[in-house]
Design a protein around this ligand. Structure first.
Ligand code: ADP
Ligand code: MG
Length: 809
């Protein structure tokens, strides 16, 4: 609960903060020279703060204390740093001001909640003004129910309180004008004799040209010269002056002419105004039906609006609202809606995690036998990160509850060894362990890594894949059932072939995102409660919370000593000969290399090279005297494995490939990685590719060949790789630059879709929502209190069965 704050104190402190803004704002923009000459009235501010300090609740007092310390610091730092320090102080002032403003009035509305949810899930046709035809059109946009429509938020707002004047607009401005379309005509341009549409808008200040390049016929018939329009768009330089290209046009007649107006994505059969009217009606008639289930306590702590109020504000903004914050999805109303969505997501995740934890498990404490012997046998000391991760894993295993832990670490960070220790912890407790990898080759590789250690300890390990001969397989199955075999490494053969264990204690799954959610369930069906997942895919914290919010996470954020840093160089197309020279030099030293292309086969785009054509061409020309191999995802698994084996054994010197070489392959003799059309790859992916080299003792190279004609941002993006070797930092940059959709690609996430939240934009709300959900479950672990009943109703609906599913996987 927020402690009530006496109004007088609130006012005093606010006035103090207000007085403090101008000098901070000034400093935040001042040049170092000016900053040097500016002195700062910190002492008097401190004096005044002291007068109110004691009346403040704990939280505010701490924040104020922090601000004062920061101000002292600001006075001390070098002039060049003052700007950024001042900006930081300003942010602190802002958050204090926010904490001081009274919490919005929140109305929890949960009575007859099931009925409300039922009503909202009815067809969108129940909304006034929506008939079968409109319902069809809306459904194509993914809007099927009343609720879908309410959550179809405007993608932008048009501020008709402040219209621009045609004479004053400047290139780069995004503006709304009101004027008459005084001219509209098609014109044929260029050698291609392309038709374009040109118009002229006139307002009382002057004229502004408008241009359309696409859908010329549509706009020609749709727009009426002589009519008055609201025109919205970005002003650009064009032939002969400024203009707007592809403006959005809305006839003034029948439109709302004042206030801040929402603009929606819409079916092409509906006009902007009709769509707005439809939403307006839906909100007026239905928003009160939306239950606001968050407990008052949570709403007050995070200063949230109830959903009916928030929905009304985003669809029908108050004319006094801050249009810019609305447009950025940062209004209180947006924040409240996003918070609600993320709170229930996290609540579901946390419940799922608790459901796992409540299942029966095995207690596997430290017996001081095999794990200790392995530690003595190990030719290198574990890294600090490996020790930390192992301590977390051991603790999970010792507890009589199932372990669901994800171990994330860059390629080469030593995940396999950590998993081996965990396996031995199971074995020293009289259990067996299974280690599952996504491909035959990776399974073999893991087997080669771990088998010698087990052998030296006198324990038995076997490999079980689709390749295993029938006779061997039978022996293996018998050994697993009798318990003679302690550890089995394999592919999905492990879960497909009716394998039975005497007593399986631990399942390790490598690169689990390749397996997807279903195999997780299958592995559990093997009969092990304890699962350790390994991944080299760096997942930014915010994504990890949502993708893996039901798992515990450990990070290997430290490389074993003596690891090479891979030198990373960027080349334009024109310098490809140098790249080939560098590769040849490595091959001549007896090393091996990779050349990766974005495509398997020849594409339409002549600027994109493909692996199949290039493998042929390179083998004939530049690398004619070397052994060249080809590897891509369309080859049959046996073919792939055969090529990879030849590469591993040094038989193939240069491997031409697609990104299939991305995950897990370990050939220490490979010292050069070339990536062609590097601008087409995500940073995280490039980082993973780079991880294929630098695994031995020789210095290694990663050569990125890119065409920058497309954009300079590509160059900027790729430059990150030359500077950073931290997978997690790179993944975070990638996520920021490309957004979550591209970052996740087509990988199955097993998550409910977000309605309004955006993980990049809303990462701070996500953190708060997670914290709030954790705190709530702390108080009411199984949501059994009467206050939690509405939460259960919402969860059931939003997760539609997924929570039950969790119990089997
Ligand atoms: P990952 O699976 O994380 O890519 P691995 O477990 O395959 O990494 O380890 C990569 C290589 O580093 C292996 O050859 C392994 O033996 C070695 N290694 C693991 N941990 C250490 C360590 N602490 N010190 C030195 N080498 C290590
Ligand atoms: Mg590995």
């Amino acid at each position: 609960m927020v402690t009530p704050l006496p109004e007088a104190i609130r006012t005093d402190l606010r006035a103090l903060l207000r007085a403090f803004r101008p000098p901070l704002e000034f400093l935040s923009l001042a040049s170092p020279d000016t900053a040097r000459r500016t002195s700062f009235p910190v002492a008097s501010f401190r004096e005044k703060c002291r007068a109110v300090e004691n009346a403040l609740p704990e939280e505010l007092r701490t924040s104020l204390g922090r601000l004062l310390r920061e101000l002292d610091e600001l006075a001390r730092v070098a002039p060049a740093e003052k700007g950024s320090r001042a900006r930081h102080c300003l942010e602190m002032v802002e958050s204090l001001e926010k904490a001081l403003s009274p919490a919005p009035a929140y109305r929890r509305s949960v009575e007859r909640i099931e009925e409300r949810l039922e009503a909202l899930s009815r067809s969108v046709q129940f909304v006034r003004g929506v008939g079968p035809r409109r319902a069809d059109a809306l459904r194509k946009l993914g809007i099927a129910t009343v609720e879908d429509l309410l959550y179809h938020l405007p993608f932008r707002y048009e501020d008709r309180r402040h219209l621009a004047r045609a004479r004053d607009v400047r290139p780069g401005d995004v503006v709304t004008l009101r004027g008459k379309l005084v001219h509209l005509a098609e014109r044929v341009v260029g050698r291609a004799r392309r038709k374009i549409l040109e118009g002229v808008l006139r307002d009382e200040s002057g004229l502004l040209p408008l241009t359309w390049y696409n859908q010329v016929a549509y706009f020609r018939t749709r727009l009426r010269p002589g009519t008055e329009y609201f025109v919205h768009g970005r002003v650009e330089y064009g032939a002969g002056g400024v203009r707007i290209v592809h403006p959005e046009m809305e006839p003034v007649e029948g439109a709302e002419t004042l206030g801040i107006l929402p603009v929606y994505t819409k079916p092409s059969t509906l006009s902007v105004a009709a769509m707005r009217k439809l939403l307006g009606r839906a909100v007026r008639d239905w928003s009160e039906t939306v239950p606001s289930a968050l407990p008052e306590e949570v709403a007050a702590r995070y200063r949230l609006l109830d959903l009916p109020t928030a929905l009304r504000e985003v669809h029908l903004p108050d004319p006094r609202s801050d249009a810019e914050r609305l447009g950025d999805f940062r209004s209180e109303a947006h924040r409240s809606i996003v918070f609600d969505e993320l709170f229930f997501l996290q609540l579901g995740m946390l419940l799922r995690r608790r459901a796992y934890a409540a299942e029966p498990g095995l207690a596997m404490p430290d017996r001081g036998t095999w794990t200790r012997r392995l530690a003595e046998d190990l030719p290198f000391p574990l890294t600090g990160a490996q020790k930390r991760a192992l301590a977390e894993i051991y603790e999970d295993m010792a507890r009589p509850a199932p372990m669901h832990r994800l171990l994330q670490g860059d390629v080469g960070s030593g995940k396999t060894i950590v998993a081996l220790f965990a396996a031995l912890r199971a074995i020293e407790n009289g259990y067996q362990a299974a280690f599952m990898a996504p491909t035959e080759l990776l399974a073999e590789q893991h087997y080669r890594t771990v088998a010698p250690f087990l052998e030296r300890l006198g324990l038995r390990a076997v490999l079980l894949t689709g390749e295993t001969s029938r006779k061997e397989k039978e022996a293996t199955l018998a050994g697993l059932e009798s318990g003679d075999i302690h550890l089995v490494v394999g592919t999905h053969a492990l879960i497909q072939e009716g394998v039975r264990f005497r007593a399986l204690g631990l399942g390790v799954i490598d690169e689990q995102h390749r397996f997807g959610v279903l195999q997780r369930a299958a592995l559990r069906r093997l009969g092990t409660p304890d699962i350790l997942l390994l991944t080299a895919t760096p997942i930014p914290r915010t994504l990890a919370l949502t993708l893996y919010g039901d798992l515990d996470l450990s990070f290997l954020d430290e490389m074993p000593a003596g690891r090479q840093q891979v030198r990373t160089l960027l080349f334009p197309e024109s310098r490809r000969p140098e790249v080939y020279d560098l590769v040849r030099r490595e091959l001549d030293l007896g090393h091996q290399g990779y050349v990766v292309y974005p495509r398997i086969e020849e594409a339409e785009d002549p600027n994109v090279r493909d692996a199949t054509t290039m493998a042929r061409e390179l083998a004939r020309t530049v690398f004619a005297s070397y052994r060249v191999g080809l590897l891509h995802g369309k080859m049959r698994p046996e073919e792939k494995d055969a090529v990879m084996r030849r590469f591993r054994d040094g038989d193939v010197q240069l491997l031409v490939a697609t990104t299939v070489v991305e995950v897990g392959i370990d050939v220490p003799n490979a010292t050069v990685m070339v990536v062609e059309n590097a601008e087409r790859f995500g940073l995280a992916q490039l980082h993973q590719l780079r991880g294929r080299v630098g695994r031995g003792t020789a210095p290694s190279l990663c050569l990125l060949v890119a065409s920058f004609a497309r954009s300079d941002t590509a160059r900027e993006r790729l430059a990150v790789l030359g500077r950073s070797y931290d997978g997690l930092a790179i993944a975070e940059a990638d996520l920021r630059l490309r957004g979550p959709g591209d970052f996740l690609g087509t990988r199955q996430s097993g998550l409910p879709d977000f309605r309004v939240a955006n993980l990049v934009r809303d990462s701070s709300i996500l953190k708060e929502a997670r914290e709030a959900a954790e705190a709530w479950l702390e108080k009411d672990p199984d949501l059994s209190s009467p206050e939690s009943a509405p939460l259960r109703a919402i969860l059931r609906r939003r997760w539609s069965g997924r929570l039950e599913l969790a119990r089997t996987g």
